[in-house]
Structure formats: C-alpha cells, structure tokens
Design a protein around this ligand. Structure first.
Ligand SMILES: [Cu+2]
Length: 283
C-alpha cells in the first residue's frame, strides 16, 4: 500500500531536509538578488533610501518564495497518486489550528512591518530638506502627447519654458507636475522618484540631484502611440554652470519689447514638440 511507502521516511527527517534545502536556496537567492544591479546610478539624495528599501524587500521575499515552492514540490512528490490508487479516496484531513494561526499571523506581521518601514522612508524622502543653504527651486513640468516641457521661474523674475531639463547639483528641486491632455508619468529613473501627471490637478515631488551627469527622463504611463518616444534628458550641472544657463535662457526667452521669441537655443537636441510648447506656455 501507499501508506507503507509514505511512512518509510520519518516525517521529521523530511521536514529537516526541507528546512536545510530551503535555507541553502534562500541564501543563494539573496546572494543572487543582491548581486544584480537593478537600478541605474544613484543621482539623487532620494536614491539611497529607496535602494535600501528594495534590498530589504528582496531579502524578505526570497525566503517566502523558496518556502512556498519547496512545500509545493514536496507535497507533489510525497502525496502523489501511485499506480493502483486511482480509485481510492484521499485521506480525511481535518484543519490544523496551530499551523493556520502561524501562517496567518506571521505574514500579517511581516506585511505590517514592511508597510510601516516603506511609509517612513517615503515620508522621509519627501521632506523638504531642513538645511537650506540654497532655497528650493520650483520647476513646473508639463506632459503632453508626446513630450515634456519645463517651466522655470528664471533669473530676475523672467520665466521661460524649455524642453531640456537642467538641474543644479545639491539643491532641492520641487517639480509641480501637470498634464495638458492624458495621464503621463514623470520619471527620472536615476532620481528614483516618479509621479503621475494628471489632467486637471497638480501633482508634485522633490529631489536633490547629487551627481553630475545626463540622465534619461521617461514617461512611465502608457499615454498613446508615441509613449515609447516620450523620452528626454535631465542634466545635472555644477551650481555656477547652472546659474549661467538659467540667465542665458531667461534672456533668450524674453527679448526686448517688439522682438519675436526665438524658438531655437534650448529646444534642438531632445526632439519633438519643443518650440510649440515653449511659445504656448510662455504667454
Ligand atoms: Cu507616456
């Protein structure tokens, strides 16, 4: 009978075996998960805490995945139907209250702890930096099919709009995000933060760019046929280079009375939609 074969291995031995295999597989999985470079360079002060949160989630998820798979595989092997058992009933099994309490309480506790941790991280990175050596800068971001435009307050109170996102290093920037048509999502992966651009409302987040360089700006919400091409760049510059750029752009977009705005300068490199938006927004 099947019962004899099933009983041939002590159930305690099986549990120990599962536990050992599970531990080894979990450690291997965590090592693999930690070795993978999941994200681009950390280019903002928000990136570090988010990457740490990710690592914690990987470390917690791998043993759960391994545990579930091991139980499923062992159950399928140990309790499978043998030849000759086709017409037998399954054994009458009653619930096990202890196990049910354990597998309800443990995941619930884990979820609560991880949710609280994630919430604290989010609150923390969304805070306006306290040590305000330089005042926070505000940039209005406009999403439309299929380009981003950025409106700066400008130097000397001369606002201007551009399709190129320039940012000063080590200064907090608050993005007020708008949409002119459908839902988009403003995302610079190197900064880690992202938020939907929703018609009719203004959403916002802030980052403090910490690393000089050029990083992709991506739309992260399927917004139409050109969605995949809704990509531009964010350039993080040293403060003085940024100030120079800001003054130049402010001067260019605000010619003396009678002059015609020149849609040239900043709009060339990043692709479509730039000059139209620049004129529309500046007015
Ligand atoms: Cu999109």
């Amino acid at each position: 009978m099947g019962e004899e074969r099933r009983g041939s291995r002590n159930s305690r031995t099986v549990v120990v075996e599962m536990f050992v295999i599970g531990t080894v597989a979990s450690l291997a999985g965590i090592a693999l998960g930690s070795a993978i470079e999941w994200f681009p360079a950390q280019a903002s002060s928000q990136a570090g805490p988010i990457d740490t949160l990710w690592d914690v989630l990987v470390i917690c998820s791998v043993p759960i995945f391994v545990g579930v798979v091991i139980v499923v595989v062992y159950a399928a092997l140990l309790f499978r139907q043998r030849p000759g058992e086709e017409n037998l009933d399954g054994p009458p099994i009653h619930g096990n209250t202890t196990i049910e309490i354990v597998w309800t309480v443990l995941p619930a506790l884990l979820l609560v702890v991880l949710c609280v941790y994630a919430y604290v991280v989010l609150l923390d990175i969304e805070q306006k930096p306290a040590q305000a050596a330089t005042p926070e800068m505000k940039i209005d971001v406009y999403g439309e099919q299929f380009a981003w435009t950025f409106k700066y307050a400008g130097a000397n109170g001369k606002p201007f709009t551009t399709t190129q996102l320039y940012l000063p290093q080590d200064r907090s920037v608050k993005f007020d995000v708008h949409s002119k048509d459908v839902i988009h999502d403003f995302w610079v992966p190197a900064f880690r933060m992202k938020i939907d651009a929703v018609p009719g409302i203004t959403t916002a987040y802030r980052v403090t760019p910490t690393k000089l360089g050029i990083y992709p700006v991506v739309c992260a919400e399927l917004c139409g046929l050109g969605h995949a091409y809704m990509r531009q760049t964010a350039r993080v510059l040293p403060t003085d280079a940024f100030d120079t750029w800001l003054e130049k752009e402010s001067a260019e977009d605000n010619p003396p009375a009678g002059g015609k705005p020149v849609a040239g300068g900043a709009t060339g490199a990043t692709g479509g939609g730039g000059s139209d938006a620049a004129e529309g927004d500046a007015g």
